[in-house]
Design a protein around this ligand. Structure first.
Ligand SMILES: [Zn+2]
Length: 286
């Protein structure tokens, strides 16, 4: 199976044509519409209805210390405004903070996870791009862009997305999973890591697998990708075949790694993650 693009929350594709991303710097729409308000790693949602929904209309009252709203884009013709609420800020009655983190059991529907993920990344970019990384001068927004320009040295930079590879290694009827000591007991996951300078994606897969579990892989195949806003990764998913070597963990990275039979995997990862997608489509079935 080689999907056009995998259906996963945090990928903008989930919203389809309903969402049109903003171009900054031009004439802003009126400051009302959908409010995508992030507090820590949670999204502020309305609890007035049976379903979790974004506050809509004027900026919701009773939220103290909101950051200046950013225009994220337009959802079904209605502007979406992003703002952050300080960690200690109170959430008034009628609103509720719901986690955006899949591993914390989020109840948010996929469209709100995708909007919330974009909001988190926009806010992360705003919080880290205020000054020129080269000379330290206060940076200015480039018209019609998210990018920033330094008025002194003219350095320009744009929102940073960090590519990381995540790989299922298989060998006949068994698959390799690993765990870190900080994870909940019994939880195992795929091998993952960031792409280094000078590396291609397949090279990163080979290196990460070799470094973390000491084995060689072959037949590396791309299977899909997911935008992951914690804070700004692009997770690129692969499957690879075992090609040799003995499983030997890097104790700085992992607590354990072992082969599991395809019909006896230890835990189901979140359906919201590319890891869950890969295991569902490539580990449980041949
Ligand atoms: Zn500069």
């Amino acid at each position: 199976m080689t999907p056009e693009s995998v259906y996963l929350p945090f990928n903008r594709d989930v919203l389809g044509e309903a969402f049109v991303p903003a171009k900054h710097g031009g004439a802003l729409p009126e400051r009302q519409g959908h409010w995508v308000i992030v507090q820590d790693q949670g999204l502020i949602v309305s609890t007035d209805h049976h379903e979790l929904a974004l506050p809509c209309g004027e900026c919701p009252a009773g939220l103290e210390g909101l950051s200046a709203p950013l225009w994220l884009g337009t959802l079904r013709g209605t502007p979406c405004w992003v703002s952050s609420l300080p960690r200690e800020g109170k959430v008034p009655a009628g609103l509720h903070r719901e986690t955006l983190v899949p591993m914390q059991g989020t109840r948010l529907p996929d469209d709100l996870l995708s909007l919330g993920g974009m909001a988190m990344q926009a806010l992360w970019w705003e919080s880290t791009s205020g000054h020129c990384p080269r000379c330290g001068e206060r940076a200015e927004r480039i018209a019609n862009e998210w990018g920033k320009r330094c008025p002194r040295c003219k350095y320009e930079h744009y929102p940073h997305l960090h590519p990381a590879v995540i790989t299922l290694v298989h060998d006949g009827d068994r698959v390799l999973l690993a765990r870190k000591s900080i994870w909940a007991p019994g939880r195992y996951a795929l091998i993952a890591g960031f792409v280094d300078n000078g590396e291609c994606l397949e090279g990163a897969v080979r290196r990460e697998v070799k470094e973390e579990v000491g084995i060689e892989v072959k037949n590396i195949r791309y299977v899909g990708s997911q935008n992951w806003p914690f804070p700004s990764q692009l997770m690129v998913g692969f499957v690879a075949e075992y090609a040799g070597g003995k499983v030997t963990i890097d104790p700085d990275e992992l607590e354990d790694a072992r082969w599991f039979p395809r019909d006896g995997l230890p835990n189901g990862p979140s359906r919201h993650s590319i890891a869950g997608f890969i295991i569902e489509h490539y580990a449980r079935q041949r």
